[in-house]
Ligand binder design. Structure first.
Ligand SMILES: [Zn+2]
Length: 198
């Protein structure tokens, strides 16, 4: 797919700004258009869940870094790796955006040789030295997304195995979505168990 190029725009620093940018979208994943009142209701629910997931990711990152690091956990890799440019879709995943933003403190960042995104960086795990390629692009005025792709794993995997379809609590926003065989919606309790390796 073609990626919109606008080098003047930079990723927003505030996590809440990011989510607010996306909730202007007035169409659900099933294609239904929402009324103003429905949008307001959905946004309220989303903000509450957003805070819950933010606290959960903080806890998850603590757990991952207790003995090993986030790189040793397949479920971390799975959530940060959801990327609409892998398919012919245009969406962002709230969990992916949030987990990448919150895990940045565990990485050193440096210049990348890649130029496929509006912003490219190389991320190196401070603990194990695994390398990742970070990218940020804005596909439209409503959808911008970050990606973090594992390039070289330097630690043995320790975490629990992946589940497919990928369970998400906040889910996706955008213009076109992957199928339910790839991504599914679960409640917070189930997502919490998944991310904290229960
Ligand atoms: Zn690591």
């Amino acid at each position: 797919m073609s990626v919109a190029r606008n080098t003047k725009r930079q990723p927003s620093m505030g996590l809440f700004d990011k989510i607010f940018k996306s909730i202007k979208i007035n169409q659900t994943e099933s294609g239904k258009y929402l009324t103003e009142a429905e949008i307001e209701e959905r946004n309220k629910e989303l903000m509450v869940k957003f805070d819950q997931v933010k606290n959960l990711f903080s806890l998850s990152l603590d757990i991952y870094n207790l003995e090993y690091c986030q790189c040793a956990y397949p479920r971390f890799q799975q959530i940060i790796g959801i990327d609409c440019s892998n398919t012919a879709n245009s969406f962002k995943c709230y969990e992916t955006d949030l987990l990448i933003s919150m895990s940045k403190v565990y990485f050193d960042t440096t210049g990348s040789d890649l130029t496929d995104e509006v912003k490219n960086e190389k991320w190196i795990c401070k603990k194990c030295g695994s390398t990742y390629e970070y990218g940020w692009s804005d596909f439209s005025i409503y959808v911008e997304r970050q990606k973090l792709k594992l390039i070289n794993l330097m630690v043995q995997l320790k975490g629990k195995p992946l589940v497919i379809p990928i369970p998400l609590c906040l889910g996706l926003a955008g213009h076109s979505y992957p199928s339910r065989s790839e991504i599914t919606r679960v409640d917070f309790v189930e997502f919490e168990s998944y991310m904290t390796e229960k």
